[in-house]
Write a protein that binds this ligand. Sequence first.
Ligand code: BES
Ligand code: MN
Ligand code: MN
Length: 456
Amino acid sequence: MLTVNEYIQSNKDRFLEELFALLRFPSISADSKYKDDILKTANFVAEKLKEAGANNVEVCPTAGNPIVYGEKIVDPSLPTVLVYGHYDVQPADPLELWDTPPFEPTIRNGKIYARGAADDKGQFYMHIKAFEYMTKNNALSCNVKFMIEGEEEVGSSNLGAFVKANKERLKNDVIVISDTSMISLEQPSLETGLRGLSYVEVEVTGPNRDLHSGVYGGAIANPATILAKLIASLHDENNHIAIPGFYDDVVELSQKEREALNKAPFDIEAYKTDLGVDEVWGGKGYTTIERTGIRPTLEVNGLWGGYIGEGAKTVLPSKAYAKISMRLVPNQNSEKITQLFKTHFEGIAPPYVKVKVTPHHGGEPVVTPTDSIAYLAAEKALEEAFNKKPIPTRGGGSIPIVALFEKELHVKTVLLGFGLDSDNLHSPNEKYDIANYLKGIETIPLFFKYYAELSK
Ligand code: BES
Ligand code: MN
Ligand code: MN
C-alpha cells in the first residue's frame, strides 16, 4: 500500500494528462452551441469515475444538462460524504485576451492555463484522483457519493428537481465542495460562507424607434443617458446601495467577529498592483475583506444600447439595457431583494422613458458551521498537508446549491477550496497552480480519514 504522496509522485503525469483531457472539452453551459461538448464531458467524467472505482455510475438526464452520479458504499455503517462539483464552464470570451487558447491547456510557470482550470474542473477532478488513491490503496474510510453537474454557471436550474427526486440516493452526512478559494499555499484557509445572488436585466425604452440624433436629439430623452443616471443613483455618496429596505435583513457582525475576519493576511498594496488600480473603492466604514465577504453589493455586469459597431453613427437609440447583479449576505433573501429592486427601479424612472425589469436566476447566502466535525476534519487535514492551521474566511462568490442542499437534504457543506482569488475565474487566462492541484489530492484523503475518526 502506498502513501498518498508516493501515489501522487508515481502518477503525477497521468493526473495532469487526464485533467488536460477534461479541460479540452469546451463545456460552456451558457451557449447551446456546445450541447454536444457538454454531453461528451459528462461521459468523460462518468468514465473516469468508473476507472477510479465508483459503482452505479450514471449520466443522469435532466431538462437541461446531465448530472453525473457515482458512488462507493464500503460499509453502510460508515459516514457518507457527498462530493459536489460542476463540469460546465463559463464562456471564454474575449478570446483575443488569452495568451494561449482557452481549450488547449498549457503549463507556464507551474500553472495550468485553461478555461475551467480552477472553476471547477481542476478542483472536482482532485476528488476523483484522491478517491482513486483511496480505493486502490485500501484507504477509503467513508462511503462516497459523487454528484457532478453541468449547469452551475447558469444557475443550476434543474438541480433542485434532481435533488428532490433523488433524496434517498443522495442521502449523506456531509457535502464537500472544492469550488472556492484559499488564501495561498503558505496560508491555507476555509471559506465559511458564500454570498447569495439576485440577478436582473433592465430595459429602458425611449422613442418607439431609433432616431437621427441631429433631427431629434435634445428634444427627446435618450434612454442610454437616462439609464446611466438611473444606475448612478443606485449607490449613495458613501457607496452604499440606495434602494430603500435593501439592508433591512443584513446581519451585522459583532466587533469581535469583524476583528477576527480582518486578521486574515491581506496586502492591500499587492491587491491594487495586481488589479492595476490606484485606489480601492467600496462601502464607507468597511474594509476590503469585509466588502467582499460580509457586505452585499450591486454591480453592473453589462451595459449596452445604441451603436457599438465600427466607426461612428449618429443615432438616438430607442432602447438601452443593463444586466445587474446583487450579491447578498445573511439574512437577505433573493426573491425579496429582486422585488425591492424592481419596485425601486420602476419607481425612479422619469416620465420620458419606460422601464422594464426582468429577473434572472437567484440564490441564497449561506454560512457554514465552524464547530462541526466535518469542519474540524477539514481543518486537521489542511493543517497536516500544509503544516499550517487554516483560517476561516468568508467567500465573495456564490454557489446557490449549498443553501438548497441544506433545505432539501438537511446537511451542511464544507467548502474545501484550493483555488486562489487571483486564478482569473470567469476571465481570460484562467489558471490553476499544479501545486494546488496536487496539494488538494493530498489533502482530500486526510479529510476522509479524520472525518471517519471524528464521526465515531
Ligand atoms: N466557483 C464559483 C463560485 C466561487 C468562486 C465561490 C470563488 C467562491 C470563490 C462558481 O462557479 C460561480 O462562479 N458561481 C456564480 C454564481 C452562479 C449562480 C452563476 C457566481 O458566483 O457568480
Ligand atoms: Mn465554480
Ligand atoms: Mn464559476
